[in-house]
Ligand binder design. Structure first.
Ligand code: 5GP
Length: 180
């Protein structure tokens, strides 16, 4: 078993890079089909989605634009429940087809806030693609049109996702476990 230790927690390999790559190709294929002739704007939510957004957008074959938003609602392994939009979207997203790019949807608080804000600003359409979706988001029926992998309520890191700032550089996704 491949494991890593960060501060007080142990993590084991969960989704290998090869599986991520295959799933991302599938997601990109669907987006390429659905947005033909539409020139969407991809809106990756930093920091966590930087690797996913990069790999996904490399597989996009239609004309598109890219703009970034930065938010934070996590401290350690749980949501603080308070969302701060740290860097806004400067360009006008009015009348644009927007695709929000998320690493993971957990409580759905982040995504819900961004979806509402963009719709209020007059976007033509707003959808979301998330590499991962946790159980609370499914239970609350948070709108995510494109989902890579559904997870239980478990803490993961790697492939852009961090634990207190560490682990974003791993190319595979790991999940926290308690060693016996
Ligand atoms: P939500 O607002 O849906 O509760 O949380 C969304 C954000 O919390 C994600 O974009 C991500 O940055 C962070 N997050 C949620 N679950 C996890 C997790 O299991 N691991 C890590 N590293 N971050 C998470």
């Amino acid at each position: 078993m491949v494991t890593v230790k960060i501060n007080d927690l142990e993590f084991k390999k969960f989704i290998p890079a090869s599986k991520l790559e295959a799933k991302i190709a599938e997601l990109a294929h669907k987006i390429n089909e659905d947005y033909k002739g539409k020139t969407p704007v991809f809106l990756p939510i930093l920091n966590g989605s930087f690797m996913f957004a990069s790999d996904l957008i490399k597989e996009i074959r239609i004309d598109c634009r890219i703009s970034f938003v930065k938010t934070s609602s996590y401290a350690g392994t749980s949501s603080t429940g308070q969302l701060k939009t740290l860097i806004g979207h400067e360009e006008s997203l009015f009348n644009q087809h927007i695709i929000i790019v998320e690493d993971i949807v957990d409580s759905g608080l982040t995504l819900d806030k961004i979806l509402t804000e963009l719709r209020d600003r007059g976007a033509k359409s707003v959808e979301a693609v998330s590499l991962l979706r946790k159980k609370p988001a499914r239970e609350k029926n948070i709108e995510v049109k494109y989902v890579g992998f559904d997870l239980e309520d478990e803490f993961v890191l790697g492939y852009g996702l961090d634990y207190d700032g560490l682990g974003r550089n791993y190319k595979d996704i790991y999940k926290a476990f308690s060693p016996k």
